[in-house]
Design a protein around this ligand. Structure first.
Ligand code: NAP
Ligand code: COA
Length: 272
């Protein structure tokens, strides 16, 4: 019986794939045999990530592109299609975040996160559709608990990620007939990432958080990558339109318990 988690001969595109959770996902697919294309704003970060991905022995392509720019992300997707052929797995994970109260956030600050997370995801999926394998492609959005749990200091990310998940649900309906599955992963706090550094900060906050996570630990890159591999595999062939948390049960506590709020309570200043 073929290994459902062998991605040899498949091609994977990861938007925002130059670091953190998204790079962890890209590496897992590279290790599973896939050809990888990644894009993010900084060419330097893209190049560094590509070097890392090449260690797994497969084909790797990196392009600088801002997901807010439809033409730029379209060009990056076309480049991947031209080299690898139809895209089997499309991951949309570019995001921006910083903790700030609504009154400490300019309209442009709110818009910058909406544009990267929500408009960016629309752009990646809208531009990507023509290059996806039909039938068979899997689209995975990287969401967050902010999508369904309101959190102080996170009005931009809460609004943006809720939108990201509605985009996911609508496109799961519109694209199901093409044989394309569209799902979202909502990671809890993942150690060693920029998001964790920005929102969770100190060892004290981490300890406080871990005591409130049902499984009593923060997450790892591998926790997220394993779920992405599963969602892209034939074992998930009847799953579409789903938002799946990978968070040790953290989100079961519901709204208001943001790590950023805990950091604030612990004396950290929100903002820059
Ligand atoms: P990260 O390392 O900062 O990842 C963000 C990536 O997006 C970077 O590669 C960045 O590269 C890219 N990016 C940012 N703006 C972009 C733009 N306008 N166009 C193209 N690429 C852009 O952060 P992370 O913490 O791993 O977060 C990754 C994803 O997981 C995000 O979707 C985040 O919301 C989600 N998440 C994270 C956590 C966590 O604990 N870390 C929890 C829940 C959800 P450039 O700077 O080169 O553009
Ligand atoms: N508090 C309040 N406002 C802030 C802020 C903070 N900590 N950080 C940035 N802003 C505001 C800026 O002042 C600006 O508003 P203004 O024009 O009214 O002054 C607005 O946000 C946009 O900032 P800018 O730096 O021009 O945006 P950018 O598009 O270059 O960068 C960010 C986007 C701000 C989200 C930046 O942090 C980023 O690139 N993040 C990517 C990495 C990341 O966030 N990773 C974690 C993912 S979970």
């Amino acid at each position: 019986m073929p290994n459902p988690f062998d991605f040899t001969g498949k091609s994977v595109f990861v938007a925002g794939g130059s670091s953190g959770i998204n790079l962890g996902i890209a590496e897992a697919f590279a290790a599973a045999g896939a050809s990888l294309a990644i894009a993010s704003r900084s060419q330097e970060r893209v190049d560094q990530a590509c070097e890392r991905l090449r260690r797994h022995g497969g084909k790797v392509l990196g392009r600088s592109a801002d997901v807010r720019d439809f033409a730029a992300i379209s060009a990056a997707l076309k480049a991947a299609y031209d080299v690898f052929g139809e895209i089997d797995v499309l991951v949309s994970g570019a995001a921006g975040n910083f903790p700030a109260p609504a009154l400490g956030m300019s309209a442009n600050a709110f818009k910058s996160v909406i544009d990267i997370d929500l408009l960016g995801t629309f752009n990646v999926l809208r531009a990507g559709h023509q290059y996806l394998r039909k039938p068979g492609a899997a689209v995975i959005n990287i969401s967050a608990p902010q999508s369904f749990n309101p959190m102080p200091l996170q009005v931009h990310a809460c609004a943006a990620k809720a939108g990201v998940d509605q985009v996911m649900r609508v496109l799961a309906m519109e694209w199901g007939g093409d044989g394309i599955r569209v799902n979202s992963i909502a990671p809890g706090p993942i150690e060693g990432t920029e998001g964790f550094r920005r929102l969770s900060g100190s060892a004290e906050v981490r300890q406080k958080m871990e005591s409130r996570i049902p499984l009593r630990r923060v997450g790892t890159l591998a926790d997220c990558a394993d779920l992405a591999l599963f969602l892209a595999s034939p074992r998930a062939s009847w799953i579409t339109g789903a938002l799946i948390p990978v968070d040790g049960g953290w989100s079961l506590y519901g709204g208001g318990l943001s790590s950023a709020q805990m950091a604030l309570e612990a004396g950290a200043a929100p903002g820059r």
